[in-house]
Design a protein around this ligand. Structure first.
Ligand SMILES: *[C@@H]1O[C@H](CO)[C@@H](O)[C@H](O)[C@H]1NC(C)=O
Ligand SMILES: *[C@@H]1O[C@H](CO)[C@@H](O)[C@H](O)[C@H]1NC(C)=O
Ligand SMILES: *[C@@H]1O[C@H](CO)[C@@H](O)[C@H](O)[C@H]1NC(C)=O
Ligand SMILES: *[C@@H]1O[C@H](CO)[C@@H](O)[C@H](O)[C@H]1NC(C)=O
Ligand SMILES: *[C@@H]1O[C@H](CO)[C@@H](O)[C@H](O)[C@H]1NC(C)=O
Length: 280
């Protein structure tokens, strides 16, 4: 049996241990310019449109203690800075002037993604997302690719003399590959019965993609697949004796593997048949 004296002794010892532990934790916290986790997500920018460079960090309770800096490799100054709860653009490089923003209401939950307006091909490169909070600091790199990509539309070519399909996508860069495929026979090679052309758009950078597939048959689903190093898009069409069904899909390719990070799918839509031409 423990004597009264022993109980008091052990209580004091435990209290000391607990206090020492707490002090160590607090000390750790205060002295702490520790590293915090910062995570970026690669995505690609579509020229002329707005883009998002995705980055998240361990959230911090006080907004005024968060400093966000976005830097681009090889560019003096900053792409964007946010501190004390607002933007500070005094060190911003002119290539980013008027084009950047963080989602101010999202910063408190640890989202410091950068919104980039009117993406240019020259925006491609390595970016650093750098964070300082009262918990510590951290950074992560992001490889930003830029180009142009758009969803294709496949139609029955009503003007053609033979049964053909026409696949058109308004903007691509770099020049993509275009391949037609056939649901029934995945291995079918249509390169001999299709024609693909690329027309430079007015600003001389992006190109319009047009591909025509000749000799198509009814009741089959055909796919027009357009792909470059940043995106992959597919347009499917099925023509029956009473209707035309169509769907398309676009996905951005991650730099690592062919991971889909974003995709737009349009479900099957019905279209009227060509008035003059019927597929056989
Ligand atoms: C950050 O917030 C923006 C705007 O709400 C959103 O579009 C984006 O997906 C968010 N990013 C992450 C990683 O949650
Ligand atoms: C088909 O012809 C019509 C009228 O001549 C023209 O307006 C249309 O652009 C043509 N469509 C294609 C896909 O060539
Ligand atoms: C399809 O055939 C062409 C030549 O007829 C060839 O160059 C091409 O590599 C083939 N494509 C596939 C995917 O087999
Ligand atoms: C546009 O493209 C043409 C043909 O490739 C080229 O000769 C011309 O220099 C280009 N113009 C510009 C402004 O890049
Ligand atoms: C196409 O499919 C429809 C419905 O399944 C059928 O009635 C029609 O005979 C088929 N046409 C041909 C040419 O196979």
């Amino acid at each position: 049996m423990a004597s009264r004296g022993q109980v008091i002794f052990w209580s004091i010892i435990s209290t000391i241990i607990i206090l020492a532990g707490a002090t160590a934790l607090i000390g750790f916290g205060i002295s702490g310019r520790h590293s915090i986790t910062v995570t970026t997500l690669t995505s690609a920018g579509n020229t002329g449109e707005d883009g998002i460079l995705s980055c998240t960090f361990e959230p911090n309770i006080k907004l005024s203690d968060i400093v966000i800096q976005w830097l681009k490799e090889g560019v003096m100054g900053l792409a964007h800075e946010f501190k004390e709860g607002k933007d500070d653009l005094s060190d911003q490089h002119e290539m980013f002037r008027g084009r950047t923003a963080v989602f101010a209401d999202q910063v408190i939950v640890g989202n410091d993604s950068l919104r980039l307006k009117n993406v240019q091909l020259t925006d491609a490169g390595t970016y650093k997302c750098y964070i300082i909070t009262s918990k510590g600091k951290g950074n992560a790199n992001l490889e930003y690719k830029t180009g142009a990509f758009s969803i294709p539309e496949v139609n029955v070519d009503c003007n053609a003399t033979s049964e053909s399909l026409r696949c058109e996508a308004p903007r691509w860069f770099p020049q993509p590959t275009v391949v037609w495929a056939f649901q029934v026979d995945q291995g079918a090679n249509f390169s001999e019965v299709s024609d693909t052309s690329f027309e430079l758009n007015s600003k001389n950078v992006t190109m319009k993609v047009v591909s025509v597939l000749y000799s198509v048959t009814i009741n089959n689903t055909y796919s027009c697949m357009i792909e470059n190093n940043i995106a992959k898009a597919t347009g499917d069409i099925k023509v029956t004796d009473s209707e035309i069904k169509r769907q398309s899909h676009l996905q951005l390719l991650n730099s690592k593997a062919s991971l889909c990070v974003s995709s737009v799918a349009i479900t099957w839509v019905l279209l009227p048949l060509c008035p003059y031409l019927m597929l056989k």
